[in-house]
Design a protein around this ligand. Structure first.
Ligand code: MG
Length: 294
């Protein structure tokens, strides 16, 4: 199957409906629909921004905007670039970054939250918080916060617009999955009446490096290292609320748009970071998100 896909790309064919497994109306006929793909957003050496499909160490450049890719159209026009020769950017430009807190009981307990919630604990981050793989988390001045912590998470990316989404259809609204670090000023989230300030500083939303489609999100191991020492080791199978429930629940509050990010919550092991640290969140079947702290 991968060979057929490759030959098609090299022949410059338009690979309609081959880049995503969730596009409406394409699944029954498209035998590649459940194949997992890595979709990256990047800047080439001329400064132009593109999406592409990664195969090995090669990016096959696409002519499409995110909404087209999410709707199932990937048009390859013959340009390949080496993954190592481009600047990887944040993988999507969401209208909102929805965050679920305390979805893991261990993390709820260690931060003074509520474990085993019946309803999700919800907050938003601004788009200005997002940074890409290999970019730097900038610690705010010490008079604003002196306790900035990591939270390694899986995030999902919405593929099609939806409101009041039934739980049983929720996963069909997902384009794919990526890695997220819900950087948190813990002193502020403990004292402020809500989370906006403690979660919302610029650079407090590392995301990427790419989005992976066609994987099962329910059993993904999450391992976070701080200066190569393991500090978090959890699995999405330990979440106290299911992913379809979270999508359905939040869609009753706000319309979900293509590219929107839903960060699914952190396992236990959150800890402070200091200038000079290197933090890596690795999620099984997705990849590694590495950021520097300054
Ligand atoms: Mg979190």
């Amino acid at each position: 199957m991968e060979k057929e896909y490759h030959e098609g790309m090299l022949a410059g064919e338009h690979l309609a409906a081959s880049c995503v497994g969730t596009a409406e109306g394409t699944i029954a006929e498209d035998t590649t629909a459940t194949e997992s793909k890595r979709i990256v957003r990047y800047q080439d050496s001329d400064g132009n921004i593109h999406y592409g499909i990664i195969e090995g160490e090669t990016i096959f450049q696409l002519a499409n905007e995110f909404a087209e890719i999410a709707a199932g159209t990937c048009s390859y026009e013959g340009t390949e670039v080496a993954l190592g020769d481009v600047k990887i950017l944040i993988p999507v430009e969401p209208s909102k970054i929805v965050n679920f807190g305390w979805t893991f009981a261990g993390h709820a307990k260690e931060t003074g939250g509520t474990a085993n919630l019946k309803e999700p604990f919800l907050f938003l981050k601004p788009q200005s918080a997002l940074i890409a793989d290999k970019e730097t988390i900038c610690l705010p001045p010490i008079d604003l916060t002196n306790k900035v912590e990591l939270e390694g998470e899986v995030a999902l990316v919405i593929g099609k617009s939806g409101r009041n989404i039934p739980e049983e259809e929720a996963l069909s609204y997902v384009f794919g999955y990526t890695v997220f670090n819900d950087v948190t000023a813990r002193d502020l989230t403990k004292t402020d009446p809500q989370f906006t300030r403690g979660k919302g500083f610029d650079t407090f939303g590392p995301i990427g490096p790419w989005v992976v489609t066609g994987i099962d999100p329910t059993h993904l191991r999450i391992v976070t290292t701080l200066n190569e020492k393991v500090v978090q080791d959890g699995n999405t199978s330990e979440m106290s609320l299911s992913i379809p429930f979270l999508i359905s629940w939040v869609s009753k509050i706000m319309t979900l748009e293509p590219g929107d990010v839903l960060a699914l919550g952190s396992p236990s092991g959150t800890c402070p970071m200091k200038s000079g640290d290197v933090v890596t969140v690795e999620v099984e079947n997705i990849g590694k998100l590495t950021n520097y702290v300054k």
